[in-house]
Design a protein around this ligand. Structure first.
Ligand code: C5P
Length: 401
């Protein structure tokens, strides 16, 4: 079910006893990396509480079309656009009838009408209701009007004691079918953590030591990794860049903050890329008060910062580690030295002696170096090069990661 990573699933729940099983469905989807938002009809709330689904999905549950407060949070049109896929499970006979006649008379039917996302329904009802000609006609008509997939129902014993078709498909089967709707990509199911931008090392409350890193390379990598199917943690120093879509961003200031943020997500990380320009040194003491200019000269005693990528690479169960080497001479030789010294799996080297590419620019030119080979890519946008780097990583990942 790795294809569910980062996918946005809108789960509509209607009133039926099978609604209680959606707790397990939401849990399975979230466990496999999907983002889930739940929409409930009034009937559904009689069978399972919104609080349960809110806790399991990690998102507020939506139920009212006419609630100004809810609309101010994520309005129904926004929600309709948000979804990659809509599943209505269980789908009652009532919901099917309302959908078929285009009645946007509650939030769920309105969303199904307003969204261009693919739609599947998992009918669940008493076997006689399912067999009834009106229900069957409604389903035929609905399918003739809209490309909707109908998943189930299953045969078997029903909550009311009847036996026959009408049971909702099991939650794990629904989750599996949802996963099948998405393409498998090279990093599906993988979690990648990327550091980006500069760090700021405080001297006093208003001054700091930093560098000109723009963060563009790390942010491009985050976008390319997300598009390759990965779950992405982007840990960034202070930069002026928007967060790429579906990327989880943590803002940090100093190298020590960055290390702490990296270590917090390390247990779930399969791949680590250190694209940040981490300050090598920091002031040994940070003054509590603004330093006054009452001396003709001043000295700041600097101490070494932790090496984040080397710390990550030294862990047991370490992720696949990719570092950057910005050099001004003997690029390949220095980069290979870094690969060995820091025990990395791959190093992306670039020549920062040119003013037109590299630091702070939209373009770069790189050489990807690993144990076996070095591959050169001439000047291109950081985004295009990021896609190449991600392809290289995917090709080199050990099978058990
Ligand atoms: O040692 P140097 O700074 O040249 O190494 C560059 C690589 O090491 C980059 O991937 C950078 O993000 C990472 N690095 C780090 N922590 C440091 C210094 C560098 O993670 N303190």
């Amino acid at each position: 079910m790795q294809r569910l990573t980062n996918k946005r699933i809108l789960l509509g729940i209607t009133g039926g006893i099978a609604a209680y099983k959606t707790a397990e469905l939401v849990r399975a989807l979230v466990t496999h990396g999907a983002q889930v938002r739940v929409v409930m009809t009034d009937g559904a709330k009689e069978f399972i509480t919104p609080l349960t689904l809110q806790a399991l999905s990690g998102n507020p549950v939506h139920h009212s079309l006419l609630d100004p407060e809810a609309e101010a949070g994520m309005g129904h049109i926004e929600l309709a656009k948000w979804a990659d896929f809509i599943l209505v499970a269980p789908a009652s006979a009532n919901f099917i009838a309302r959908m078929t006649s285009g009645m946007g008379n509650d939030l769920l039917t309105t969303l199904c009408l307003a969204s261009i996302a693919p739609l599947a329904i998992a009918p669940a009802m008493n076997q006689a209701m399912w067999a009834d000609e009106i229900t069957q006609n409604n389903l035929k008509q609905l399918q003739s009007l809209k490309p909707v997939q109908i998943w189930g129902p299953d045969q078997g014993e029903q909550a009311c004691g009847d036996v026959g078709p009408g049971r909702m498909l099991e939650p794990l089967e629904l989750a599996r079918r949802l996963a099948e709707q998405f393409e498998r990509k090279v990093l599906s199911g993988k979690t990648i953590t990327i550091t980006a931008g500069p760090t700021r090392e405080a001297i006093d409350p208003v001054r700091y030591i930093s560098n000109h890193s723009s963060g563009k390379m790390g942010f491009s990598l985050a976008r390319a990794a997300q598009e390759a199917g990965a779950k992405v943690n982007l840990i960034s120093g202070p930069v002026h860049l928007p967060t790429p879509e579906r990327v989880h961003r943590t803002n940090v200031e100093s190298a020590q903050n960055m290390l702490d943020a990296v270590m917090a997500v390390l247990p779930e990380t399969d791949i680590f890329i250190g694209a940040a320009a981490v300050a090598d040194y920091r002031p040994a003491d940070v003054c509590d008060q603004k330093i006054k200019k009452n001396q003709d000269d001043m000295h700041i005693h600097l101490i070494k910062n932790p090496d984040i990528i080397a710390t990550v690479a030294a862990q047991d169960n370490r992720p696949f580690c990719v570092g950057f080497a910005a050099e001004t001479q003997d690029v390949v030789a220095y980069a290979r030295g870094k690969l060995e010294k820091k025990k990395l799996n791959m190093v992306v080297a670039n020549d920062v002696s040119s003013q037109h590419i590299g630091f702070n620019s939209d373009d770069n030119a790189i050489i990807i170096i690993d144990q076996d080979a070095s591959t050169e890519y001439s000047q291109a946008s950081k985004y295009v090069l990021s896609q190449k780097i991600i392809e290289h990583i995917a090709a080199k990942l050990p099978k058990d990661i």
